[in-house]
Design a binder for this molecule. Structure first.
Ligand code: SAM
Length: 224
């Protein structure tokens, strides 16, 4: 149940300083830490960790529902920070235990996220369980709300049916527009979604196939 998660009614009430202690100690007066990048269902944190150096000026958050997995990622980040103290690396990444299907708007304000990643989400194969999928019209509306105009959503799966499901939902949503495949190839985050996460590596080991796409958050056509 949600009482097991540490969250606030409003994003502005959440204290990020405990998640990014070094960054927060360097803030000027009146400044607050603002997460700009979310790795939804981050698992063991392979992408979150890789993003740290690919996007060194961004504040990055892994979000994961399993307590034991979150603990592992916390330990992993702590050790990376400790081992790279002099170089001041890995200060911009953290992880939170949460249910991303319910609590995203409690963490992020309207227009806050510049990038959101959905890497190898659980397929929930049975039709009766499709409502538990991390991409749905309702959830896409929520993701659109917390994303900035021009922000990018990345998704990848080794399950073709799930990929097609996610693609169809993004494609038919009025606030998202697909980024051309060739253009996506010049995005430094694309190689990371294909190869950096633990699930991606698992698929590589069995030489499995992967399908991915990138969509841009566009402004509401009716607002123009
Ligand atoms: N993205 C990681 C990767 O590529 O290695 C993990 C992929 S794993 C198949 C899916 C992850 O999503 C699991 O770690 C699972 O616990 C997490 N997850 C499932 N539902 C979630 C939810 N509602 N909120 C947050 N995380 C969730």
């Amino acid at each position: 149940a949600d009482y097991e998660f540490d969250y606030k009614a409003k994003p502005s009430e959440y204290d990020w300083s405990k998640k990014y202690p070094e960054l927060s100690s360097e803030l000027k007066e009146g400044e607050r830490i603002k997460v700009q990048v979310a790795d939804v269902g981050c698992g063991y944190g392979g992408l979150t960790v890789s993003l740290s150096q690919t996007l060194p000026d961004k504040v990055i958050l892994g979000m994961e529902i399993r307590a034991k997995v979150v603990e592992y990622v916390e330990g992993r980040i702590e050790k990376l920070r400790e081992d790279n103290k002099e170089k001041k690396l890995y200060r911009n990444i953290s992880v939170i235990k949460t249910n991303s299907m319910k609590l995203m708007p409690n963490f992020f304000e309207k227009g806050q996220l510049e990038k959101i990643f959905f890497l190898f989400p659980d397929p929930h194969f049975k039709k009766a369980n499709h409502k538990r999928r991390i991409i749905s019209p309702t959830l896409l509306a929520e993701y659109a709300y917390i994303m900035s105009i021009g922000g990018l959503a990345y998704f990848i799966s080794d399950v073709q049916e799930l990929y097609e499901w996610m693609f169809a939902h993004f494609k038919s949503h009025p606030l998202f527009q697909q980024i051309d495949k060739d253009l996506a190839l010049s995005d430094p985050c694309v190689p990371l979604i294909v190869n950096s996460s633990e699930e991606a590596r698992k698929v590589n080991r069995i030489e499995g196939k992967k399908w991915y796409a990138v969509f841009k958050r566009i402004s509401n056509p009716s607002e123009k």
